[in-house]
Ligand binder design. Structure first.
Ligand code: GLY
Ligand code: MN
Ligand code: MN
Length: 462
């Protein structure tokens, strides 16, 4: 974990934003897989980690703004727990490491919260996403599970988003540690993939790297010869000569900061001319987007620029036609690039999304579009120094979507459907890097992972 000063300072800065009441941060519990004692890999809640640092289950953190004190609720392991799971440092000692001197047994949490409510105090909590915790709110605060998120505190949510969005130097270092793991995962996959192998063989090997070097993957690995399916979690295909692979993966550092990298590469180790042409359009779109990123620009503007690069490139190949600006304004490019350019990155791979995309990616003067494609943009608002975000344009040929659009003659002024039909079995290409906003500019984080056609082919054949 970071030093106790880091956690103390984070809590102090938060209480400067919220003038009174209690700030309540439940930690996560173990999640049963198929019976209670057989659990999934434990993942602590990211806001709990951010303010209270402790990476164990069955804890809750509380900041009493009026009394200016923090408390951690939890229990020490009893002898049965010790026999089965081992000794754990007592809570009091663990809490001191994150600058919290007051601890209480978990059973006192309910009484504490109920007496706060009884004396008319406000208990602020964040939007919740984990079902078992949501059910606990009935017990803790008397809120029916169905309505818990109706009562979450917008004031706290906005303050936490503002604070967690701006990364400190030590947080950026953690993201770079996760990127070090990503480097190994990507290089390994490029080198290992061969015609005749099943995707699962490579998928397993790189998930193993994430586990061996850090806290595991930051989201389920996407690795497929069907890269046209944006979040493809099927790994059962046999890779064939001529297929293109999309690998979208990320690791967590030991402190749970995420990386999120996509590379696309040929199974055979050599791009065909057709693949190279599409690849270079995506690459140009990504590089120009990265070039534009600086404080003060709206990410929607960067997204629209990358869409224009894609539309222009596809026009040069004969797949699109007409005026590029008009094509993008009308959303015609979304047949090939149906998702957003990127999202925030931090303790969560889609950082802070659990607190509501409306607050994280949008602001008062940036409203979500309802146009197909643009509506999926997770981050549209004005960028600030300290943000870390992903830049991940792509071009995909989704046969079912092509059929629907063609059937409706949709955007026929901008799309050459006869030409598009020749790419029906192409698959998809996405290229993704993680970028830090500096005071006046931006920089790509991590050691460069092969990205140009030459670099990728070389890594595949190394
Ligand atoms: N989790 C997939 C992506 O956002 O890149
Ligand atoms: Mn990704
Ligand atoms: Mn991403």
């Amino acid at each position: 974990m970071f030093s106790s000063e880091t956690y103390k300072e984070r809590r102090e800065r938060l209480t400067e934003q919220i003038k009174s009441g209690i700030l309540f941060f439940p930690g996560n519990n173990e999640t049963p897989m198929n019976y209670p004692a057989n659990t999934y890999h434990f993942r602590q809640d990211s806001s709990f980690l951010y303010y209270f640092g402790l990476d164990q289950s069955n804890l809750a953190g509380l900041i009493d703004v009026d009394k200016n004190e923090s408390i951690i609720f939890g229990n020490d392991r009893d002898i049965d727990d010790v026999v089965w799971m081992g000794y754990e440092t007592p809570l009091k000692e663990r809490s001191e490491k994150v600058g919290v001197t007051k601890t209480k047994p978990f059973s006192e949490l309910k009484t504490y919260l109920q007496s706060a409510l009884a004396s008319g105090r406000k208990v602020h909590f964040l939007p919740q996403y984990k079902h078992d915790i949501i059910i606990e709110f009935q017990e803790w605060l008397g809120i029916n599970a169905k309505y818990v998120n109706k009562y979450s505190s917008i004031e706290l949510t906005k303050a936490v988003i503002a604070q967690r969005s701006v990364k400190s130097e030590e947080e950026v270092e953690e993201i770079e540690k996760a990127l070090e793991i990503s480097y190994l995962m990507n290089k390994t996959a490029m080198k290992m993939s061969r015609p005749g192998m099943i995707e699962r063989e490579v998928f397993g090997a790189i998930e193993g790297i994430a586990l061996a070097k850090g806290s595991g993957v930051s989201f389920p690995i996407i690795f497929s010869i069907h890269g046209e399916t944006l979040h493809n979690h099927n790994h059962n295909n046999v890779m064939k000569d001529g297929d293109l692979l999309v690998l979208d993966s990320g690791a967590e550092s030991l402190l749970h900061y995420a990386s999120d990298i996509t590379r696309s590469f040929p199974v055979s180790g050599k791009f065909t001319e057709k693949q190279k042409n599409i690849y270079n359009i995506v690459l140009k779109s990504q590089l120009e987007a990265i070039e534009m990123i600086k404080p003060g620009i709206k990410y929607r503007e960067v997204h629209l620029h990358s869409a224009k690069v894609i539309a222009k490139g596809l026009k040069e190949l004969g797949l699109m036609k007409g005026n590029v600006d008009d094509a993008v304004a009308n959303g015609a490019h979304a047949l090939f690039f149906p998702h957003g350019l990127g999202h925030m990155l931090g303790l969560d791979v889609h950082d802070l999304e659990g607190l509501g995309e409306a607050f994280v990616g949008y602001d008062e003067d940036t409203k979500r579009s309802d146009q197909f494609g643009l509506a999926y943009l997770r981050l549209a608002k004005t960028l600030q120094p300290g943000f870390v975000l992903t830049v991940e344009p792509g071009i995909y040929f989704i046969p079912q979507l092509i059929d629907i659009w063609k059937g409706e003659n949709k955007h026929a002024d901008f799309i050459n459907y006869d030409e598009v039909d020749k790419y029906r079995d192409f698959g998809g290409i996405r290229i993704e890097d993680d970028v830090l906003l500096t005071e006046n500019s931006s920089k790509v984080l991590g050691k460069p992972i092969p990205k140009s056609v030459d670099e990728v082919e070389k890594a595949c054949n190394s």
